[in-house]
Design a protein around this ligand. Sequence first.
Ligand SMILES: NC(=[NH2+])NCCC[C@H](N)C(=O)O
Length: 394
Amino acid sequence: MVDSEVGRLRTVMLHRPGPELQRLTPRNNDRLLFDGVPWVARAQEEHDAFAATLTDRGVEVLYLTDLLTETLEDPSARAQVIADTLDSLLLGDTLRHYLAGALADAEPAELTELVIGGIRNDELRGGRGLVTALMQPHDFLIDPLPNLLFTRDSSVRLGDHVAITALAMPARARETQLTEVIWTQHPRLAGTPTLHGWQAENLEGGDVLLLAPGVVAVGVGQRTTPAGAERLARQLFQLGLARTVLVAPVDQTRATMHLDTVMTMVDVDTVVMYPNIADRLQAWTVTPGDDHTLDVSGPEPFAIAAARAMGIDRLKLIDTGTDPVTAEREQWDDGNNTLALAPRVAVAYERNIVTNGRLEAAGIEVIPIAGSELGSGRGGPRCMSCPIERDPLV
Ligand SMILES: NC(=[NH2+])NCCC[C@H](N)C(=O)O
């Protein structure tokens, strides 16, 4: 159960970057949404240190690959994952038929590695035909999933439910087929009621912010579409998981791909927000209308709409500096993308010295982590973690 962004974090799902990162080259990194070619061993060290920071604070860390491998012990889960993975229009029947057999023969751990790490044309041991002859040796038959690292995007816990999201970029679309099978078929997580789903309108977890129990903010921009936000709002109301949804348009740029690139929560009534947008972030307020309709009002300044919906006098914004250049550099390096372990305790990338200094001056305990390599995927502590259990705020 997760009803806020700040209740004491008990259990989290992480993904330790693996062979899929080794696939990045200067030729494919843009398409695969990385801003460079990371040093994989160092990225793993940084990630291990991040995980250790969490376990030292009493947080249980579950790894996505372990959960997936355990799920794939079950034949129906295996069949589903194989069918979803091979449902690409690039493969053709000859190759699809061969790969279906090869994947069916793989042990669960091997299958996990193949569906996450991908398969290149020159790695194939059979199934050769027109398609493989005409594709380049280095072309992927199954794309690797380097952005699985950002587990917040591919599923979001909302109360006792979980939203399986629908990722907008083709390079990430397959991720939620895997989170769906984990949340619905893993022995420990099965039975968690789900909403949304990967076939639905685009919605990414980085855009979903649980401002307070019953109040959910959704960013709409490069990733989450207006229609994705509308479907989520309707479902949250029907299931009694929210009474107000605030929809905030964010600039459609790489730097601000998700709401959590410009704002995260560090206390029950406090956010750290990118100063260059603090004055112009707007929100539409959505509440349930009669007969499954939605009442929509706005737009108005985000902080005002949020305070009203949350039932507080004022949403506190931590001022992270007035120098727009430093603010822009630190926003790019995920300075605003913090992960709260409890009210006023947040994990942040160590490199964002000014932002972290301001957080500390505002009474927030900052737990710094290294992210020189992890950061090349453009995601911080909040993007890299999918909270599974937090202590409730109410
Ligand atoms: N919640 C986030 N801000 N996630 C960051 C995702 C970064 C990833 N490379 C992408 O472009 O999709």
